[in-house]
Design a protein around this ligand. Structure first.
Ligand code: SAH
Length: 219
């Protein structure tokens, strides 16, 4: 069950979360404003209502998680999203990250491999507010060749390697932000597709994600 009332208490907690993210080094004001606008508790079971604005990951259905807000902000900041850019997200999960990108004015194509989580999106509360989010059920390793190329690609699960088909689906000047397995954790990698077709790779901090898995679930 979800609680879709946004009280002044929720707004106050959201403000505090934004200060925390600022203290942790998030500087992109547009990203911070998006996090301040979006009621994160709408994306979680009402049991998490009181703690939804702690800077923590929480369980959603099917053993998956909504990422820690710091991680969402970090990945989004690395992107430098511009309005009207076309973004592919791998790992819809709770739809929170997709909503942050949509709030920044991007057109978001998001893929989920778990049928149950994909099915839950049919009742996505912000369907009318964010018609710029399109939902797909499939394997993120394949991407969405029909809608390519993408200005940005974000992977929100720990990838065993950089998916080659997704590199093909990146536009020239486009960027992919992907957490790649390194030991127990994932290293955040940013890839930029250069004019000559080569890729520039930069490494950032370590994070912990649920795994990016091959194929899609049948139920
Ligand atoms: N962006 C989400 C984070 C969800 S956790 C949010 O804001 O809540 C990562 C999600 O990636 C999980 O829902 C998991 O099922 C999904 N996932 C893992 N491997 C995938 C793949 N190959 N293709 C699509 N989704 C995948």
């Amino acid at each position: 069950m979800k609680n879709y009332t946004d009280t002044w208490q929720h707004k106050g907690l959201r403000n505090k979360l934004v200060s925390t993210l600022r203290d942790k080094g998030i500087t992109d004001e547009k990203v911070l404003a998006a996090i301040n606008t979006i009621p994160r508790h709408f994306f979680l079971d009402s049991a998490f209502d009181k703690i939804a604005y702690e800077d923590r990951a929480f369980p959603i259905a099917e053993g998956q998680t909504i990422s820690q807000p710091y991680t969402d902000a970090y990945q989004t900041q690395l992107f430098e999203v511009q309005p009207y850019q076309i973004i592919l997200e791998v790992g819809t999960g709770s739809v929170y990250q997709a909503t942050v990108l949509a709030e920044l004015g991007a057109k978001v194509f998001t893929i989920e491999r778990q049928k149950k989580l994909f099915g839950d999106n049919k009742t996505f509360i912000f369907k009318n507010k964010y018609p710029n989010i399109k939902f797909f059920y499939g394997d993120g390793f394949e991407g969405l060749p029909t809608y390519a190329p993408f200005d940005k690609i974000i992977i929100t699960a720990g990838a065993p390697f950089i998916p080659p088909k997704l590199l093909d689906q990146l536009s020239v000047g486009g960027r992919m932000v992907v957490p790649v397995n390194e030991g127990e954790h994932q290293r955040m990698i940013r890839i930029t597709k250069m004019r000559d077709g080569s890729f520039n790779e930069e490494s950032f901090d370590y994070f912990s994600f649920v795994p990016m898995l091959q194929g899609k679930t049948g139920r």
